[in-house]
Ligand binder design. Structure first.
Ligand SMILES: NC(=O)c1ccc[n+]([C@@H]2O[C@H](COP(=O)([O-])OP(=O)(O)OC[C@H]3O[C@@H](n4cnc5c(N)ncnc54)[C@H](O)[C@@H]3O)[C@@H](O)[C@H]2O)c1
Ligand SMILES: O=C(O)C[C@H](O)C(=O)O
Ligand SMILES: [Mn+2]
Length: 544
């Protein structure tokens, strides 16, 4: 039994001033707190008042993290009351600033596991230490080579694992005592970190090849051994490693890559929403991807699979895809194609001016896409010329600038709506305010994987699915379609973040049903709704 400060200093147990008189007496807490006993609601009001007094977003974040560090229940209670306001602070975009300054601002390790690529022999000890006898059901792991669009941040990237997990709990009620954020410090190639006296990570260049992959494999095997029914979520790995790792493990264990699969799901859901508004068919669209990396290729693959599911042959569907990356439009003979890009590369003979298609603008002119999705990390690349060119050839161009954080977005929603006189159907990676134009209010959907991965995870965890396969992923993408109301002019293509908690449950139900239909559950489930309800944790104090 834990006593006194052991309880107060344990964020999973601590209730602060809400400890009852009886608890104070029985657990060695007498006199360790001011006498008045608060309800969680009183605590939350007091904390929110302090939150409002902070001027800068990063200060607001650090204030919230202080609560997270000391009292998880209160943190999630408060989060649940202010989801729309807190999401951009706890998560993207403010999380980017927090990662860039992680070492400078470090105060608390937040129950994360810090693994070092050169110490594979310590993986088991570290995971055990960090779990501290908790039954871990969900790990978010990063090696931080591709944090959002801001690149390689070494050990600092641990914040993305912590942040993604916060959203799992806030959105889908995943019990915070069952989650473990993990960072694999595989070195960093960012010079400014290697030369920074305050940097808290390993000071060597990224380890690659066998040494890296052997470490990953040992990590996977150890985590699987220590934590039964584990759901393993990969986040922000580099372009090559992300796909390799997913390909290796997706049919073996319950695992998911958020950037490849989560982004694919949410973008497909957004496109289906947009088509519901325009009344057009997916199988008639011409798809252009700008920035065909982890997310870009993952999204293209998801849209492609959907076109095939909707009746196109693979050959017909492929004709509708055009990938643009650094080299310009990707052709079969383009140098440096990744394995994920190759299936979508075009033949030069399809164009009379193939050699000139080295820019997005030239590619858009030549291809006349109806859908343009940006995952390039290059800001302001969806220019007025490009957008208006698209709008010339299609009544409702679907344009999703998805690069995060805010400063890297390919365009702002406001510009896209204004340049097309409200015709563009837009979703952005970060939250966008509604846009007023000619008496219509355009609501902008947020095509961020955070709208989908928590519900997906809840469905997987509640059913203890063996794997996450294509059918499950497709079910998740379709589950949001029923929720959006497209009757109003200016309607968003995706449901609003204000309903995140509600629709995460809808997603979980569709996902869970797919698991059961495919008999992928490892334990019998007679009532799916009940199983999902039981899997959810609620931020309220339990009696000791
Ligand atoms: N909204 C979401 O849910 C979501 C999800 C995942 C990623 N993203 C965003 O997408 C972006 C990419 O992330 P990623 O993980 O795929 O990174 P990545 O590094 O794997 O891919 C980026 C791709 O863009 C290409 N690129 C770079 N400069 C370019 C240029 N000038 N022109 C054309 N292409 C260029 C790169 O070669 C690479 O293929 C990031 O900004 C990230 O925040 C958003
Ligand atoms: O983290 C986000 O906001 C979404 C996505 O996973 C990304 O890498 O940008
Ligand atoms: Mn990511």
């Amino acid at each position: 039994m834990k006593l006194g400060y052991e309880i107060l200093n344990n964020p999973f147990l601590n209730k602060g001033t809400a400890f009852t008189k009886k608890e104070r007496e029985e657990y060695g807490l007498l006199g360790l707190l001011p006498p008045y006993i608060q309800t969680i609601d009183e605590q939350a009001k007091q904390a929110y008042g302090q939150f409002l007094k902070k001027d800068k977003l990063i200060e607001k974040r650090h204030f919230l993290m202080e609560i997270f560090n000391t009292n998880r229940t209160l943190f999630y209670y408060l989060f649940s009351k202010h989801v729309v306001e807190f999401m951009p602070i706890v998560y993207d975009p403010v999380i980017a600033e927090s990662i860039e300054n992680y070492s400078e601002l470090f105060v608390n390790p937040q129950n994360a596991a810090y693994l070092s690529v050169k110490e594979p022999e310590n993986i088991e000890t570290i995971l055990r230490n960090a779990a501290d006898n908790r039954k871990i059901r969900l790990i978010v792991v990063t090696d931080a080579e591709g944090i959002l669009g801001i690149g390689d941040w070494g050990t600092n990237g641990v914040d993305i694992s912590v942040g993604k997990l916060m959203v799992y709990t806030a959105a889908a009620g995943i019990d915070p005592a069952t989650v473990l954020p993990v960072v694999i410090d595989a070195g960093t190639n960012r010079k400014e970190l290697l030369e920074n006296d305050l940097y808290l990570g390993n000071r060597f260049e990224r380890v690659r090849g066998d040494e890296y992959y052997n470490f990953i494999d040992k990590f996977v095997k150890t985590a699987e051994k220590l934590f039964p029914n584990l759901y393993l979520h990969w986040e922000d790995f580099g372009r090559l490693n992300a796909a390799n790792i997913l390909n290796k493990y997706e049919n073996e264990i319950t695992t998911f890559n958020d950037d490849i699969q989560g982004t694919g799901i949410i973008t497909l859901a957004g496109i289906l929403g947009a088509l519901k508004i325009s009344g057009e068919k997916l199988t008639e669209q011409v798809y252009m991807c700008f920035g065909a990396g982890t997310a870009g290729a993952g999204i293209a693959r998801r849209i492609f699979n959907e076109m095939v599911a909707q009746g196109l042959s693979e050959e017909e569907a492929k004709k509708r895809f055009y990938l643009v990356d650094k080299q310009g439009l990707l052709f079969e003979d383009t140098e440096g194609l990744t394995p994920e890009q190759t299936p979508f590369a075009r033949k030069r003979s399809e164009f009379t001016n193939a050699n000139e298609l080295t820019t997005l603008e030239a590619a858009v002119k030549a291809v006349k896409p109806t859908i343009l999705v940006g995952t390039s990390t290059v800001p302001k690349t969806f220019t007025k010329e490009i957008v208006q060119e698209m709008a010339k050839h299609t009544a409702r161009p679907i344009i999703f600038p998805l690069s995060n954080p805010t400063r890297l977005a390919e365009a702002s929603a406001k510009d896209l709506i204004e340049w097309t006189d409200g015709k563009a159907l837009v979703a952005t990676g970060i939250p966008s305010d509604p846009i007023e134009l000619n008496g219509i209010t355009y609501e902008i959907g947020q095509a961020n994987n955070a709208l989908i991965y928590p519900g997906l995870g809840l469905g997987i965890i509640a059913t203890k699915s063996k794997i996450v396969n294509d059918k499950i992923i497709s079910a998740a993408a379709h589950s949001l379609g029923g929720i959006i109301d497209t009757t109003k002019p200016g309607a968003a293509v995706l449901p609003p973040v204000s309903k995140l908690t509600e629709f995460s449950e809808t997603v979980a139900l569709s996902v869970g049903q797919s698991v059961l239909d495919q008999k992928l559950n490892t334990e019998p489930i007679s009532d799916l709704k009940e199983a999902i309800k039981n899997a959810k944790w609620i931020p309220e104090y339990k009696d000791f």
